[in-house]
Design a protein around this ligand. Structure first.
Ligand SMILES: [Zn+2]
Ligand SMILES: [Zn+2]
Length: 188
């Protein structure tokens, strides 16, 4: 039997990705979304998304490719990369998601900024897990939340990321459970 089910979220590291943060990412995903996770590398080379003028990768192009090549039976896909991502209107992004769609992506590149010398890995892992849940939240149709400690709060800076919690606020939790009910209805 395939380990993938309609409740599996696939985590797909791109290229040479440091797997240390993934343990925390997986446990936070299963706690918040109630889904199992599988780590399956799907795309190794994202050169097609490289912008030679900006020396960054266009996240929208990577997302589209993942959405088209991900295992059809998986519920959602989270791609993770250490490369610097952008969308045309912004200098950089921590991640991008298809709202109410299948795929999202995060980058650890800008999450390394200003790490305190005390336990830098713990701080990085916490940031990566928050951004992973945030982008996956968008694929479950959650939008940005005004509550600065809600994980769905939009972060303009790394201070914003550190300030928010790793949990959904009460309001977003209700919206998520409605969406999950809808999805399980669809799968029968
Ligand atoms: Zn967002
Ligand atoms: Zn919220």
């Amino acid at each position: 039997m395939s380990p993938l089910s309609r409740h599996t979220i696939v985590i797909s590291p791109i290229g040479d990705f440091d797997s240390v943060p993934l343990t925390k990412v997986r446990s936070d995903i299963s706690e918040i979304f109630g889904c199992s996770t599988e780590i399956i590398p799907i795309i190794e080379d994202i050169a097609f998304a490289f912008d030679p003028k900006r020396h960054q990768y266009l996240s929208t192009a990577i997302l589209e490719t993942f959405a088209n090549t991900m295992p059809a039976e998986a519920l959602k896909l989270l791609a993770v990369t250490s490369e610097d991502l952008f969308i045309p209107i912004l200098t950089y992004v921590y991640g991008e998601a298809q709202l109410g769609g299948k795929a999202c992506i995060i980058s650890t590149c800008r999450l390394q900024e200003g790490l305190s010398p005390i336990n830098p890995m713990d701080a990085l892992v916490a940031r990566v897990a928050k951004e992973a849940v945030h982008e996956l939240g968008h694929t479950f149709n959650l939008r940005h939340c005004k509550d600065p400690v809600c994980i769905m709060h939009y972060c303009r800076s790394i201070e914003d990321v550190d300030r928010k919690s790793n949990q959904l606020c009460r309001y977003c939790r209700i919206l998520l459970s409605d969406e999950v009910k809808k999805l399980s209805g669809e799968s029968g």
